[in-house]
Design a protein around this ligand. Sequence first.
Ligand code: C2E
Ligand code: MG
Ligand code: MG
Ligand code: MG
Length: 279
Amino acid sequence: DAKRQGRGRHVIFSAALAERVVRRTQLAEALRRALAASELQAALQPQQRLRDGKVLGFEALARWQHGSQWVPPSEFISLAEDVGLAQSLGHAVMEAAMAGFAAMLAAGLEPGHLAINVSTAQLLADDFVDQVAAALARHAIPPRRLEIEVTETVLLDRSTARIGQTLEALRAMGCTLAMDDFGTGYASLSHLTSFPVDRIKIDRSFTHAIDSEDGSGLIARSLIQLGGALGLEVIAEGVETDSQRNFLFTHGCSAIQGYWFARPMLPDAAMAWLRAQAG
Ligand code: C2E
Ligand code: MG
Ligand code: MG
Ligand code: MG
């Protein structure tokens, strides 16, 4: 009896797995079509400099509305990477983000910098630096306005030497470099000294821990100190509460990003938000 039940369970798991594979295959096709039709969008989330409360910049976050639903980036980014669409997705988000950011500059607003998340596949493409340079020129955005965000996993790739060259070339152009989700990977310390990083972004899990009973922000505080010792700017992600914001300010964090300051917004809304801040 137990055996039969076991077998039944196995069948159920297989059916669930098969369903997942079908859904992923269909979603991959839909993503391919969406990219071809330029349907990928970029939301822009403001970052606040704590010293003066001003806008430090905006981070571009990929958005995909598929039918009546928004597909979460956690689902379609890894999908794009698995099916060879990472470069195409990265290019689409960069275009959409730069168009929105350029509109702010053209309107005479001060949007600070534009931060873009890039994947390993993009950094390994032969023409990535040229692509970025061309896109910046096309949108009349000064290279010093562009920040490239990479995660620690990018730096753990086999081809670290090539990736290092690409990052150096971007930096030579005037772009800045941020290490995203800092503290969640494995390579943290060694890579901070061997890559030309300007800023570290404290992962939101450490920001949220500030409000928890135990630890009370120990890791966030340590990462801020580490950044300071290495001469790096530190930005905390996922700031949602007054107490998190105050804690980070008190302990010398340079900037924050999170719902406390503003949510990610599609470009028109982001521009209206920035205008309201300025006036
Ligand atoms: P990330 O780069 O660490 O981006 C920050 C994430 O935190 C975003 O999730 C943002 O919407 C979310 N967030 C911002 N403020 C808060 C807050 O106060 N509370 C909470 N709980 N969350 C907050 P999102 O947009 O879902 O993106 C998830 C991840 O997907 C990003 O994490 C990034 O790693 C990746 N991603 C997004 N867009 C792109 C892209 O264009 N290219 C690549 N390669 N990756 C992207
Ligand atoms: Mg990021
Ligand atoms: Mg992050
Ligand atoms: Mg993250």
